[in-house]
Design a protein around this ligand. Structure first.
Ligand code: FMN
Length: 227
């Protein structure tokens, strides 16, 4: 049994009049959730399509509100932080976080970066203490599992791959995941979308198989660890 937060970041819909335009990352993420349901009971399923409903960008007033002690915040400052508070509450509840993302310009979509900017917040998801020396930030949450599902038009972004030097999507997600309280990461990539050849088909099939395995592995471990 577990609580799942599922965040989709593609601007493309899961299904369109022309299926060639369907989001691959969303399709794979949906597949993963249905596989997970086969293996374990999901107590609470929280879903955000931030590709279609993007989080607001943070502003100077947002930063001002964040650095104002909670008890001293004005009604306006509470309002400015309301969406961030909601995202953080969802994250806090989740045992498993599923993030599906396309690669845009070799990194994450702006919408997903905006979600992280709303969530990685001082005294909520991390604290800051100079007594820790040169690494003053520490996460406040822990014990979460992250499943990263990506889709790209090109290929070879893995270690040793021909595009490794341009791989800024998964490495960035891995860096940020620490501040989500993640200590276990699974990663599945579909590649070659722009080539639309048999390598793409093979990559999709592989991704689907990997997600089935991850769902069963996760369910096994979690049934012991979770509620
Ligand atoms: C704005 C934009 C930028 C993209 N940039 C890249 C890129 O830098 N590298 C790459 O391999 N594919 C790139 N692609 C291709 C997408 O990663 C690919 O179409 C992917 O399947 C999109 O995810 P989705 O199918 O879930 O929407 C880009 C696509 C778009 C729309």
């Amino acid at each position: 049994m577990c609580d799942v937060l599922h965040v989709d970041a593609s601007v493309r819909a899961l299904s369109n009049d022309n299926p060639d335009h369907d989001s691959i990352s969303k399709k794979l993420a949906r597949r993963f959730i249905s596989e997970l349901k086969k293996h374990t009971h999901i107590d609470e399923y929280m879903y955000r399509d931030i590709g279609v409903n993007p989080p607001p960008f943070i502003t100077q007033d947002w930063i001002g509100a964040v650095f104002t002690p909670k008890a001293s915040r004005t009604a306006r400052q509470h309002q400015i932080l309301a969406q961030s508070d909601m995202y953080i509450a969802e994250l806090a509840k989740a045992d498993v976080v599923v993030i599906s993302s396309p690669m845009y310009n070799y990194g994450m979509p702006a919408q997903l970066k905006a979600w992280f900017d709303q969530i990685i917040r001082i005294n909520e998801t991390f604290d800051f203490d100079l007594a820790r020396g040169d690494k003053p930030l520490a996460p406040l949450m822990s014990g979460k599992t992250l499943v990263i599902i990506t889709s790209s038009g090109e290929f070879g972004f893995e270690k040793g791959g021909i595009n490794e030097a341009h791989s800024h999507l998964v490495p960035h997600l891995r860096t940020l995941s620490k501040y989500l309280g993640v200590d276990q990461i699974f990663e599945v990539a579909s590649e070659y979308q722009e080539f639309a050849d048999e390598r793409h088909t093979k990559s999709m099939n592989m991704a689907e198989q990997e997600l089935s395995v991850i769902a069963s592995v996760l369910a096994e471990k979690k049934s012991v660890k979770l509620k």
